[in-house]
Design a protein around this ligand. Structure first.
Ligand SMILES: Cc1cc2nc3c(=O)[nH]c(=O)nc-3n(C[C@H](O)[C@H](O)[C@H](O)COP(=O)(O)OP(=O)(O)OC[C@H]3O[C@@H](n4cnc5c(N)ncnc54)[C@H](O)[C@@H]3O)c2cc1C
Length: 456
C-alpha cells in the first residue's frame, strides 16, 4: 500500500479551522487605551480569563488582545479531549502532590462540570459531549500492568467489542472524566460569550513588551499602540513569555495530527466504536484518537518534536516524516480501513514543562499573572488556570492560591545546548522503553528521581 498517497494531498489547515463558519477577524487595536484588566492571548487560557473576570465583576473593563486570530494556535488545532484531570493524569499528580491529589481531582471534576454548564448557559455550539475514555494495550506487558492496576479493566474481547483493532490486547475504561469537543468552535463561542458580557477583543494585536509605570502596567503593541492596565493576565502558552524569567520553565514541543475523510457506513461497521470513546494507547509515545460529528477519525500523537533554541515557527506545523509514521501506524491499527484517505494534516506547539501540568505566578508586584506549562492537556485545565490567574491578581487568599500545586513551580529546563541534548536523549530513551516492555534506562530513571521529565 502506498501510505504517502493517503496523506500527501491533505489540506494543511487544521480541520477545525477549515470551515466557512470561521468567524471574521475582529479589528486590531487602533488607538491607545486604558483598561482595568488586560488579557494577552486569545486561546482558551485568555478567553476563560476574560469571561470569568466579567462574570465575577461586570463593572470591570476587560480588554483581550490576540496577536493573530482567536483560537488559531493550540486551542483551535488540538484533539478536543477535554479532560477533568488538572495534573496530566491522576498518577502524575499523585506522585508530585500526594497530600493534595484528592483535592486536585475534585477541583478537576468541578472544572469539567463548569465547562459543560458554560457551554450550555451561553448556547455554545461546539459538539460538546461527555464520553468514556478508553486506554488500549498493544503490548503484553501493558495488559499485565493494567490488569494489576486499573479498575475498569477490559480483556481483549471486551475492548475489541467497543473498538475493533487486531493490535488491541486489552484496555481499561474510565467514565465521567472526559468530554470531547470541537475546540475551535468552543474558542469562538467563548469569545462571543465574553463579548456579549462587554469584554473588548482585538485580534492581530501582538504585545511586544510590558513594563511597570507607577501603579499600573504599560504595554506596547507591534502596531505602535500603548495600553495601560491596572492588571494583566498572560495566556501566551508556548510563545515566548512577556515575563522573561519564566521562559526557561517551558519548551515548545510540536505534536502532529491526521484527520481522515468521513467513514462510510461499511467502514464504521468494520471498527464498531458505538460509544465514541476518546482513545489513547498505553506506550510512552502514545497516540490519541477520536471521532468527529461527521464521522472522521482524528489520529494524533506519537512523535514529540523539539527544535533547538525553543523555536516556534509556522513551518514546523508540517512534518513529512511524522505524517508518514502516523499514517503507517493508523493502517496497522485499522487494516480494515485500507482505502480511506486523510483530508487534513497539521501540527502545533505544546508548552511542555517538567511536571507536565500548569504552573502559575505573578510579576511586577502582582500586577501581572501567568499560567503556563499545560503540556498536552490544556483544553479543560485552562479554565482552572484562568481562575488561578484571577485569584492571584485579586490578592485574596483563596482555596486555589493556597494549593501547593499553585505555590510551587516545576524545575526549569537548562539553557541551550543542554536543553536540546537532554530532550533528544529523553526521546530516544522513551522510544527504547516502548520497545523493551516499558523498562526505563538509567537516564530515564535519573530523570524520574529528580522529578524531571519530558512528554507530549
Ligand atoms: C496538536 C495538538 C493537540 C492537542 N491535543 C489536546 C487534547 O486533545 N486535549 C488537551 O487537553 N490538550 C491538547 N493540546 C494542548 C491544548 O491545545 C493547549 O494546552 C491549550 O489549547 C492551551 O491554551 P492556551 O490558551 O494557553 O494557548 P494557545 O491556544 O496557544 O493560545 C495562546 C495565544 O496567545 C497568543 N499570544 C502569544 N503571545 C502573544 C503576545 N505577545 N501578544 C498577543 N498575543 C499573544 C497566541 O497568538 C495564541 O493565540 C493539544 C495541543 C496541540 C498543539
Amino acid at each position: 500500500m502506498d501510505v504517502s498517497a493517503t496523506w500527501r494531498d491533505a489540506s494543511t489547515t487544521p480541520y477545525w479551522l477549515d470551515t466557512p463558519d470561521r468567524p471574521a477577524a475582529r479589528s486590531a487595536l487602533t488607538a491607545d487605551t486604558h483598561t482595568d484588566l488586560l488579557v494577552v492571548g486569545g486561546g482558551f487560557s485568555g478567553l476563560w480569563t476574560a469571561l470569568l473576570a466579567k462574570e465575577r465583576d461586570p463593572d470591570r473593563d476587560v480588554l483581550l488582545v490576540e496577536g493573530d486570530r482567536i483560537g488559531w494556535a493550540a486551542s483551535g488545532r488540538n484533539g478536543g479531549f477535554c479532560s477533568a484531570s488538572l495534573t496530566h493524569g491522576r498518577d502524575n499528580g499523585a506522585q508530585r502532590f500526594p497530600d493534595e491529589i484528592e483535592t486536585l481531582e475534585r477541583l478537576g471534576r468541578e472544572n469539567l462540570a463548569a465547562i459543560g454548564e458554560t457551554v450550555q448557559r451561553y448556547g455554545i455550539d461546539c459538539d460538546y459531549h461527555l464520553r468514556d475514555s478508553l486506554t488500549v494495550a498493544t503490548e503484553p506487558y501493558q495488559v499485565r500492568e493494567m490488569r494489576d492496576a486499573a479498575t475498569g479493566f477490559l480483556d481483549q474481547d471486551a475492548v475489541r467489542a467497543r473498538l475493533d483493532s487486531p493490535t488491541f490486547l486489552g484496555g481499561y475504561v474510565e467514565e465521567g472524566d472526559l468530554a470531547l469537543v470541537d475546540p475551535a468552535r468552543l474558542a469562538w463561542g467563548l469569545a462571543d460569550a465574553a463579548e456579549r458580557l462587554g469584554v473588548r477583543i482585538a485580534e492581530h494585536t501582538r504585545v511586544s513588551d510590558l513594563a511597570k509605570d507607577g501603579d499600573r502596567m504599560r504595554l506596547r503593541t507591534d502596531g505602535g499602540r500603548t495600553i495601560t492596565a491596572a492588571h494583566v493576565a498572560l495566556g501566551t502558552n508556548a510563545f515566548p513569555s512577556l515575563v522573561k524569567r519564566v521562559r526557561l520553565h517551558t519548551v515548545p514541543v510540536y505534536d502532529y495530527v491526521l484527520m481522515t475523510e468521513p467513514l462510510s457506513d461499511a467502514q464504521l461497521a468494520s471498527i464498531g466504536w458505538a460509544g465514541r470513546e476518546g482513545v489513547d494507547d498505553a506506550g510512552n509515545q502514545f497516540h490519541y484518537y477520536r471521532m468527529t460529528a461527521d464521522r472522521r477519525i482524528l489520529w494524533g500523537g506519537y512523535d514529540a518534536i523539539y527544535h533547538f533554541g525553543r523555536a516556534v515557527r509556522p513551518a514546523y506545523d508540517q512534518r513529512t516524516d511524522t505524517f508518514e509514521i502516523l499514517a503507517r501506524q493508523f493502517f496497522a491499527t485499522f487494516p480494515q480501513l485500507e482505502g480511506l484517505r486523510f483530508s487534513h494534516r497539521w501540527g502545533g506547539a505544546i508548552d511542555t514543562c517538567t511536571r507536565f501540568f500548569a504552573f502559575f505566578g505573578t510579576a511586577y508586584d502582582a500586577r501581572v499573572s501567568y499560567a503556563l506549562g499545560y503540556t498536552g492537556l490544556g483544553v479543560g485545565a485552562t479554565r482552572f488556570g484562568a481562575r488561578v490567574m484571577l485569584d492571584l491578581l485579586s490578592g485574596a487568599h483563596t482555596e486555589l492560591t493556597e494549593l501547593a500545586m499553585v505555590r510551587t513551580k516545576p524545575l526549569p529546563f537548562p539553557p541551550e545546548p543542554l536543553a536540546y541534548a537532554g530532550i533528544q536523549a529523553t526521546r530516544v530513551a522513551l522510544a527504547a522503553a516502548d520497545r523493551h516492555e516499558g523498562k526505563r534506562n538509567l537516564w530515564l530513571r535519573g530523570l524520574d528521581k529528580v522529578g524531571l521529565g519530558f512528554d507530549s
